[in-house]
Design a protein around this ligand. Structure first.
Ligand SMILES: [Zn+2]
Length: 304
């Protein structure tokens, strides 16, 4: 057995700042952040570039971890198949949004058991007692919450900023191409789905909330409050250099996320201001109107 104590799951919409958040938490001695962990079975292995810059198939961290956990191509296919079945809003709804009912489901148990084999192997290889999974997906937050070692952070970002970010081009060296761009409608639907599911989850189990804007304005206090709210057996202590920067730590093997995960050196925390010049006037008005409707449907609440 390893000393794995907790998994912090970050739930939020795409472009909500989860890579920044996980990099800050990873700077703590006791933590290893894994990036968007579900990419392990969602993406072909040739499409994964670890944040240490190694191609996944020859990564000196992940390959021994998978071997220890006895994960081969057939198990990854099984995870993919299980995910298709249980990691869905319709599946969560069929269990009446009830954690107890989900926890008793055999497929959910099996899905989590395989992943915890990997988490245990990661903890063994890294010596970390806390892992961070920033897959962000809303249905996944519900499934992860079924396990007693998992704690959930809800990362909130203003819908206008999120939609605008989806409309702006950004190059991803990990994928060797521009990051995916979504239509306004698809980005709005993605934001709404994740927000709805995590807000509803907050009524069933404790969820710590981090507002991206507040995190950038007051990083230490905002993250400190959220981590305190998670009641972790060992509380991560990020390596703050000053009020707005954190020392980066080696052994960062994030599977996927924002291209910032490849940056070395200190992590400077500052809000990425939305650049409205990247979209035309008509689209600008559409984004503002859509964001306003989303804000009315799911109003923001303060950070934990
Ligand atoms: Zn690596």
């Amino acid at each position: 057995m390893t000393n794995l104590q907790s998994i912090i799951y970050i739930s939020g919409s795409g472009r909500s700042g989860s890579t920044l958040l996980e990099r800050i938490i990873h700077s703590s001695d006791c933590v290893s952040a894994l990036g968007e962990f579900h990419c392990l079975w969602r993406l072909p292995e040739t499409d994964i570039t670890c944040s240490c810059a190694a191609p996944f198939i020859s990564d000196s961290f992940w390959q021994p971890v998978l071997k220890t956990a006895a994960i081969d191509a057939s198990v990854l296919a099984e995870l993919r198949e299980l995910e298709d079945r249980v990691c869905r809003t319709s599946f969560i709804a069929s269990h009446r949004f009830d954690i107890k009912s989900l926890r008793e489901n055999r497929d959910v148990q099996h899905f989590l058991d395989i992943q915890f084999r990997i988490f245990e192997a990661v903890a063994g290889a890294s010596g970390s007692s806390v892992l961070v999974d920033s897959s962000k997906a809303g249905p996944r937050a519900w499934l992860m919450a079924c396990h007693p070692k998992v704690r959930i952070i809800h990362l909130y970002r203003d819908p206008a900023d999120v939609i605008l970010s989806w409309r702006s081009a950004k190059f991803d060296p990990g994928m060797g191409q521009e990051m995916k761009r979504m239509s306004v409608a698809a980005a709005a639907t993605d934001w709404w789905k994740v927000e709805y599911l995590v807000k509803r989850l907050g009524k069933a189990t404790p969820v710590a909330r981090v507002d991206y804007g507040e995190l950038c304005a007051r990083p230490e206090r905002t993250l400190g409050n959220a981590l305190a709210a998670l009641s972790l057996p060992t509380k991560p202590a990020p390596a703050w250099i000053d009020a707005t920067s954190v020392k980066s730590k080696d052994n960062y093997h994030s599977l996927n996320g924002n291209p910032d995960r490849f940056d070395k050196g200190p992590i400077r925390i500052s809000k990425r201001e939305a650049d409205w010049n990247k979209v035309g006037p008509a689209e600008r008005l559409t984004i503002i109107a859509v964001a306003k409707v989303l804000g009315l449907m799911l109003p923001s609440s303060p950070s934990s």
